[in-house]
Design a protein around this ligand. Sequence first.
Ligand code: CUA
Length: 339
Amino acid sequence: MSRHSVIGRVLLTFALFALLLSGCQQPRMSVLEPQGEAGQMQLDLVYLSIYIMVFVCVIVLAIFTYVLIRFRQKPGDNTIPKQVEGSTKLEILWTVVPIILLAILAVPTLKSTFTLAAKPPKAEQPVEVKVTAHQYWWEFEYPELGIKTAQELHIPTGKKVHLELTSVDVVHSFWVPSLAGKTDLIPGRKNTMWMKADKPGTYEGRCAELCGASHALMNFHVVAEKPEEFQKWVKQRQKPSSQPQTAQEKEGKKVFAQNCMGCHAIDGAGLKGPGNKGPNLAGFGDRDKIAGLLENNPENLNKWLHNPQNVKPGAHMPAIDFLKKKDLDALEAYLESLK
Ligand code: CUA
């Protein structure tokens, strides 16, 4: 095979791989394409450390190449070159240079760490959200707006959202690659961070700390809306139209009260039992996903209720397989009617 055709084949392989990998990119889920201020600040730090690493590599390789050529053994010359072991000058040089490089990296990193955890000033009217992680779902509470929801974090665009993060069981980590993160959620501790979305859109979020069997399935998403749209959502959540309309939905509400209220509440539906072990289901019918994973449709709801362990192994949700079909249908109709 000629040299040209080898190079041609190598290039072709690279091109195919590039094409293949470009398909991996999920829309709006990349740290390399930040969609807001916090994400941009974090990416800038990544670039800074890459620049420093490249700088170090180039200098070391240059010295290495120089030494290799300059100090090669010449034919007939058996003398040993001058030894530099214990040279004070060199010792100082390779101690001081890394310290300077680390300082260049550390100062902006520390500054950003504190800036990103600080509470935005009142004048900026940040939206306050308390995030509580559970195995394996997310609770979002807006204390100033009186809203409690799960799995879908609604935020207005162009405004800072200040998050207070904690966990009720094990350590989780809040990560919305294109907006901000990762910040740990630790039982008994409150961590804070803020994020901001410039443009409306749905941004995928993940748990970034191994927290059990369904860690990789602990998905959520952030829905960023124009401020007017966000206000509409807030109004709807504050005054949900959660009363059942049809006879089947009314029946479903009863089934819910008898079987589900121990763990789940539905704000605004008169169903605020003791239950807050599971997600608050207010507005369930409006959510995109069931359990943060399945498309929200009746078929998937049935799949989830029948065997949650199949969808999310280790979830605390029990299988609802003891209900009569009629009751289960009614329950599903009622849940999908919650707006
Ligand atoms: Cu929660 Cu991993």
